[in-house]
Write a protein that binds this ligand. Structure first.
Ligand code: CP
Length: 311
């Protein structure tokens, strides 16, 4: 039994060996989910708290299901209906839940670094479920796993294009780091106002403003949600202009490798960053990504709370 993972705050908490071990455990968890009774006792006696200060559909529900499928107890904390409305701080909220014997916190927060702070305040394990524009490591793991499970090329023979609103995207940052760690060629593409030049410093990552040039020969294409709620300036002329220049439509997808897969982390703005027909088309992994989220998050909780080998 190898040592449990300390925390999963960002992709930097992983190395390539741990990622492949997580994928191996995910394969086992996926088999569990094929059984008539989709539950194992692996995390019996552990308590997982989901601590969400921002809205979520996929991440919160799949983490809660991932914990319950391994027989852990689950505590759900969300913005509404809690003492946050009375001014309780993040520190006091964490201290309160920790006093109820939480073994792992799954944290989503609008402030970058909040999960790192939670990890300093508690002895429990911490998983980052999305912090500001910074990181969303389990989204990157499930995206890469879904690509691999669909029959994608080996990562070190893969060109992945992450397209669109990179500036506001924690998913882009975590995916760029993870796919580059696995040996892929990573291209970040978007208009200059949505593509921070500093990201060129990421190892294994290049920036490209020309979408047609970026897509040439790509094996995986990941359009990103245009995050209108995080826009702090007039970064695009209009939605229509953005869609005209950067939408992943069928004509643009035809520039990629014929076997290219399309990934979208969700939620989607259909017919803005992705044409509806592409989202629903034969190369789309959108539903497979959501499905992969469950065994991947089961594996993450298992690696945090028990250790590396699957039960
Ligand atoms: N991809 C993602 O994080 O989705 P949710 O916001 O629904 O969790």
């Amino acid at each position: 039994m190898s040592a449990p993972l300390a925390h999963l705050r960002d992709v930097g908490d992983l190395d390539e060996g741990r990622v492949h071990a997580l994928f191996d455990t995910t394969d086992v968890m996926a088999q569990v989910l094929e059984r008539p009774v989709k539950r194992v006792p692996a995390l019996q006696g552990f308590t997982v708290a989901t601590l969400f200060f921002e809205d979520s559909t996929r991440t919160r529900l799949s983490f809660e299901r991932a914990a319950r499928a391994q027989s852990a107890d689950v505590m759900t904390f969300a913005k509404g209906g809690t003492s946050l409305s009375k001014g309780e701080s993040l520190y006091d909220t964490v201290a309160t839940l920790a006093a109820l014997h939480v073994d792992a916190f799954v944290v989503r927060h609008p402030a970058a670094g909040a999960p790192h702070q939670v990890a300093r305040w508690t002895d429990a394990k911490v998983v980052n479920a999305g912090d500001g524009r910074h990181a969303h490591p389990t989204q990157a793991l499930l995206d890469a796993y879904a690509y691999r499970a669909a029959g994608g090329r080996p990562f070190d023979a893969t060109k992945v294009v992450i397209l669109g609103d990179v500036a506001h995207s924690r998913v882009a940052r975590s995916n760029a780091a993870l796919w580059a760690m696995l040996g892929a060629e990573v291209v970040l593409c978007g208009p200059p106002t949505l593509l921070p030049p500093a990201l060129a410093a990421l190892p294994g990552v290049t920036l490209e403003h020309d979408v047609e040039r970026a897509l040439e020969g790509a094996h995986a294409v990941m359009p990103l949600r245009l995050q209108r709620e995080r826009m702090d300036a007039a970064r695009i002329a209009s939605m229509a202009a953005y869609a005209r220049h950067y939408q992943l439509d069928a004509a643009r997808l035809a520039l990629a490798d014929p076997g290219a897969f399309v990934l979208h982390p969700g939620p989607m703005n259909r017919d803005v960053e992705i044409e509806g027909a592409v989202a629903d088309g034969p190369r789309s992994l959108v539903t497979a990504q959501v499905a992969a989220g469950l065994p991947v998050r089961m594996a993450v909780l298992y690696h945090l709370l028990v250790g590396k080998e699957a039960a």
